[in-house]
Design a protein around this ligand. Structure first.
Ligand SMILES: Cc1cc2nc3c(=O)[nH]c(=O)nc-3n(C[C@H](O)[C@H](O)[C@H](O)COP(=O)(O)OP(=O)(O)OC[C@H]3O[C@@H](n4cnc5c(N)ncnc54)[C@H](O)[C@@H]3O)c2cc1C
Length: 375
């Protein structure tokens, strides 16, 4: 059994497995509570869903039941960004409405949540925020409380900062199994009073029976980094009509069934690839996506048809004929048709936590608090 290098006679208070944003947020919260923390990660740096995404903390669009958790997450992102020194902006999320039905959903949502969360915009205000007049929106909304981070920076910088504060990181080390505070890894055993497993989509390999019971599968998404046109703001963040039909907060509104019918007629190709057409800006350019494909063993191949479709639809919103693609990738996250969140306690010293939907950046620091409250 390896010893805690900082207190050889004493086991760690908490071992966190997985240096994605859920594991790192948990390590951050535990460190801030004064605990002696170790993080075990099978890679040499974060490479999972937490760096593949839009860096969009979409607090407002989440279901009413999740609002308490996302408020804590928002506070956690602000605090971690200040401590670790990574970019976390609050430009708000722009949602241009391109039809009366989309505008009705936004109006209903504004009535439901109130002005602090949803600011309705006139067509000219949307054009001003888009930086062009080609889209001809009927109106739109701004969600001012949502936040943005750069996913290529945030997790890695947070890990470096935690390591500099004395949190022990055991990189290139794979967890094989754990029970009653003892973790068995590819580099031997460690012990802690509490163990938190945050393996993301790898839950299916680590704990296949739990993954099966919770319906956890992979969701693959077609993503691209494109050059940012000059008229698009450097902290730009946009959701569209497909997003209104997707996120639980919006989709609870009365006009969403009508919106779904409209999308089916107006944008059948987007509906076919289960698109959530959205764009966010990072220093390297604009992140454009996404489509959704669900499978327990996903295909590694990116459909050029789907990728081109998403880029041409995004180009129309951005007021350009074509976008110059710099990178493409297939993002993967854990999904379940039956739950957004798997929080399981196999024994008194162990918690397993997986976000089973595309909202892990949004929930992260709020979920971390919920995880630590389980003990
Ligand atoms: C394309 C895309 C777009 C998205 N957009 C958004 C968005 O805009 N907003 C939002 O809120 N969410 C978004 N998401 C979802 C979000 O990225 C995920 O929900 C979140 O990153 C999950 O974090 P995680 O820490 O659970 O997983 P991961 O980041 O995948 O981290 C899990 C870590 O555990 C490690 N691990 C696994 N098994 C072991 C083991 N046995 N031993 C050691 N280490 C192990 C892995 O190596 C990995 O580093 C998106 C996801 C994708 C892919």
């Amino acid at each position: 059994m390896h010893q805690n290098p900082q207190h050889p006679a004493k086991p760690f208070d908490i071992i966190v497995v997985g240096a994605g944003i859920i594991g790192l947020a948990t390590a951050y919260r535990a460190y801030k509570q004064g605990h002696n923390v170790m993080v075990i990660e099978r890679n040499s740096r974060p490479t999972g869903a937490s760096i593949q995404n839009f860096g969009h903390a979409c607090f407002t669009g989440q279901a009413d039941e999740l609002q308490a958790m996302v408020a804590k997450s928002r506070e956690g992102w602000i605090s971690a960004a200040q401590d670790a020194g990574f970019w976390a902006a609050q430009p708000g999320t722009l949602i241009p409405a391109t039809s009366d039905v989309e505008m009705s959903v936004l109006e209903q949502f504004a009535n439901h949540r109130g002005q602090e969360q949803v600011t309705l915009l006139s067509p000219s205000e949307v054009e001003q925020r888009l930086g062009h007049q080609r889209l001809k929106p009927v109106g739109g909304a701004l969600l001012p409380l949502d936040m943005r981070v750069n996913p290529r920076e945030a997790a890695a910088t947070l890990a470096q900062w935690l390591e500099a504060q004395g949190v022990t990181f055991q990189w290139n080390t794979t967890l094989r199994s754990t029970a009653d505070g003892v973790v068995d890894t590819s580099r031997g055993q460690w012990e802690a009073q509490r163990v938190v497993l945050c393996p993301g989509v790898n839950l299916s390999y680590l704990l296949p029976d739990l993954a099966q019971a919770e319906g956890v599968r992979s969701c693959t998404l077609s993503m691209a980094l494109v050059e940012r046109p000059d008229h698009i703001a450097s902290d730009f963040c946009m959701l569209t009509g497909t997003s209104l039909a997707r996120y639980d907060g919006f989709s609870a509104m009365a006009s969403v069934p009508e919106l779904r019918q409209e999308l089916q007629q107006r944008e059948p190709e987007l509906v076919e690839c289960i698109a959530n057409l959205m764009v966010t800006a990072i220093p390297e350019g604009l992140l454009v996506g996404d489509s959704h494909d669900y499978h327990d063993s996903p295909t590694p191949f990116i459909s050029e048809e789907t990728a081109s479709l998403l880029q041409s639809k995004a180009a129309a919103y951005l007021g350009v004929d074509k976008l110059r693609v710099k990178q493409r990738w297939q993002g993967v996250y854990a999904d379940s048709p039956s739950t957004n969140l798997v929080v399981h306690r196999p024994d008194a010293k162990t918690v397993v936590a997986v976000v089973a939907s595309g909202i892990g950046m949004t929930l992260s620091f709020g979920l971390a608090e919920h995880i630590l409250d389980q003990f």
